[in-house]
Write a protein that binds this ligand. Structure first.
Ligand code: SAM
Length: 245
């Protein structure tokens, strides 16, 4: 219901944009928010899941010394179609962020950009922790994701599990059938803070496009602290959150 109301309230803006022949891209808005927050030019940038290269082009405009892209093997052909048009030094690593030792061994980056990837992966706290390890202390993470879809859960601190749910329900909530875990916005923020990001700020990039989009996606920009978050402290342990082997 809330979603339908949001769609109706967005209608005048959508019509006005169409009449003016303009489009609004939340990834551009997120990029603008990020650059407004940067204190200095990032020398080393990592982008996870670039797929169409739109953000790669934006990130390369920051003129980093190193721009590393990571994407899955089934996207390699598509990425290579535009890779040659990116200005400056750019390197593609074809592999899985979560399981590839070459990626885990990379020297940390000043900026890590990760949009539309988290909800494709079931081990989400571990993924946020991996992104933490790939960010240098003082560096930034821009993390964007689709979020929990069931109206009663949208505003909760939770993860929706979509495994074993009828395809018709997936369709009804606009969730593609290969997605099994949809975190709420509060869960994403909680994970970022738990692993050790500070000044975690919610982005308005989706809301700038429309109310409906802001109900189904979220983005945060955080800064990496020196120390990783720990767990089991209350029972005398000191284990890094999300780094279990
Ligand atoms: C939905 S697309 C998002 C593309 C683009 N970043 C955007 O925001 O529109 C997800 C991208 O992340 C990649 N991806 C998903 N899981 C990944 C993983 N574990 N390691 C590396 N890439 C991954 C996919 O191959 C795909 O290119």
């Amino acid at each position: 219901m809330k979603y339908l109301v949001a769609r109706s309230l967005d209608l005048p803006t959508r019509i006005a944009r169409r009449l003016r022949g303009r489009s609004a891209d939340y990834r551009q808005f997120l990029f603008d928010e990020l650059t407004a927050r940067l204190h200095e030019k990032p020398k080393r940038i990592l982008e996870i899941g670039p797929r169409d290269g739109e953000d790669t082009r934006r990130l390369s405009s920051l003129a980093p010394d190193t721009l590393v892209l990571v994407d899955l093997p089934d996207k390699e052909e598509r990425v290579r179609q535009w890779l040659g048009r990116i200005e400056g030094p750019v390197e593609l690593i074809v592999g899985n962020l979560m399981y590839d030792a070459r990626i885990a061994a990379l020297e940390p980056f000043d900026l890590v950009w990760c949009t539309g990837v988290l909800y494709h992966n079931p081990e989400q706290l571990r993924m946020v922790r991996r992104l933490f390890d790939l960010t240098r202390p003082g560096g930034y993470l821009a993390l964007e994701s689709a979020t929990a879809r069931r109206p009663a859960l949208r505003d909760e601190n939770c993860v929706e599990i979509w495994h074993g749910i009828d395809k018709s329900v997936h369709r009804k909530h606009h969730v593609s059938k290969n997605i099994t875990h949809l975190p709420s916005a509060k869960a994403i923020r909680a994970w970022m803070e738990m692993v050790g990001f500070t000044d975690v700020a919610p982005s308005r990039c989706h809301r700038k496009v429309g109310r409906a989009l802001a109900l189904s996606r979220a983005a945060f920009i955080g800064r990496r602290s020196n120390e990783a978050g720990v767990y089991y402290e209350h029972v005398g342990g000191n284990y890094a959150v999300g780094a279990a082997q």
